[in-house]
Design a protein around this ligand. Structure first.
Ligand SMILES: [Zn+2]
Length: 372
């Protein structure tokens, strides 16, 4: 990788870290504001509960005053009744007294109602006060955390800014200008190329561009304008991958009680996978179409182990890896599950690649005189 690219990669890393820190610093006051808003809500609830208590108290005083006034009236009517001349006047006063007594009764009922209400009002006030206290403590805690976190972030930010300046100084001025312009619009100015694609915009590179990037040339993505780079440590060439995987291929044990084979031609069936299971002195054989995984015919059981029982099957076959039990295979019924089919096909590819490289090595190392 060219030093320019390495500088840009470290610049990108500092840019990302700076973005993250700035976002975090901006987020903290927002968190505090959200709690403060909740706190204001609880305060309003408390104020309302307190106002209701006050309202009730005022109403009670009003009813008490009314009762006193009515009692005054009654005593006045009683005094007057001693002095009346006619029966009619006496009846009228008596009626007034009755009416005032009724009024006193209804005022007393209202006072009683308020006294009953007062208990739940008191509870509401206490609950709101407790909540307010808890929220106030919480907000103090949050504010402390926010202050500490912000101070820490700001210190880190200063450090990253210094690193960023150092990284910028190391990059060529024109390249830096391009990087920063693209960063501003797209959030990043540099993109790795992987599987022949720009990882910034996912567009596939033209083969020539791809080769140039792999060769270390500084190129901008045609589609997103990001500066492209290739990291060979993240992408092994295809041929190497196969070889590596081929070396890793597990080799089936010759005396295994479960065995899988591939045959390129099996009677009229063409390509098949053959499964053998030895158990209790007998061998079970299942045959599957190698392309579709469909089972061909019924499971066949013969005496002896499978090598003794089905010797004719094993000519021109390729031994594969596979460890599915008899019971599991019974459950598949008429078709291989797709993951099993994939596994077998992949193992077949690996076995073929392995055989090919083996032949190639033999051809190189064995002198032609061996044939004669
Ligand atoms: Zn791109």
């Amino acid at each position: 990788m060219s030093p320019e690219i390495e500088h840009l990669i470290s610049l990108q890393r500092t840019d990302r870290e700076i973005q993250r820190l700035k976002a975090e610093i901006a987020e903290l006051p927002r968190r505090v504001a959200a709690i403060e808003e909740k706190l204001a809500g609880t305060k309003a609830v408390l104020e309302k509960a307190k106002a209701a208590v006050k309202g009730d108290e005022a109403a009670r005083r009003k009813y008490e005053t009314a009762i006193n006034d009515l009692r005054g009236k009654i005593s006045k009517y009683r005094d007057q009744s001693l002095e009346v001349k006619t029966n009619e006047q006496y009846k009228a006063l008596l009626h007034e007294i009755q009416f005032a007594e009724q009024e006193i009764g209804s005022n007393e009922d209202k006072i009683l109602e308020l006294m009953v209400n007062a208990e739940s009002r008191e509870k509401e006030v206490k609950a709101a006060e407790a909540e307010l206290k808890a929220e106030t403590a919480e907000i103090e805690k949050e504010k402390t955390i926010a202050r500490e976190q912000t101070a820490k972030d700001e210190k880190e930010l200063a450090e990253w800014n210094a690193k960023r300046n150092a990284a910028r100084a190391a990059v060529d001025a024109d390249l830096l200008q391009h990087y920063e312009r693209v960063s501003k619009f797209r959030g990043s100015g540099l993109a790795e190329v992987r599987d022949q694609k720009c990882t910034g915009c996912s567009v596939v590179l033209r083969p020539q561009t791809y080769n140039e990037v792999r060769g270390g040339k500084l190129i901008y993505c045609d589609s997103c304008q990001r500066i492209l780079y290739f990291d060979p440590s993240k992408e092994a060439p295809a041929e190497q991958r196969v070889e590596k995987a081929g070396r890793k291929r597990a080799h089936p044990k010759i005396d295994a009680s479960l065995a899988w084979y591939y045959r390129g031609e099996y009677g009229e069936q063409g390509e098949v996978f053959l499964s053998y299971v030895n158990s209790n002195g007998a061998a079970a054989r299942r045959i599957y179409d190698a392309a579709t995984g469909r089972k061909i015919g019924d499971t066949l059981i013969r005496e002896g182990n499978y090598r003794q029982a089905f010797p004719e099957d094993l000519n021109d076959s390729i031994r594969l890896n596979g460890h599915w039990s008899d019971a599991e295979q019974d459950e598949w019924e008429q078709e291989l599950p797709s993951n099993v089919l994939d596994t077998l096909q992949r193992d077949l590819d690996l076995a073929r690649a392995e055989a090919a490289s083996h032949h190639a090595k033999e051809a190189v190392s064995a002198p032609s005189s061996v044939a004669s």
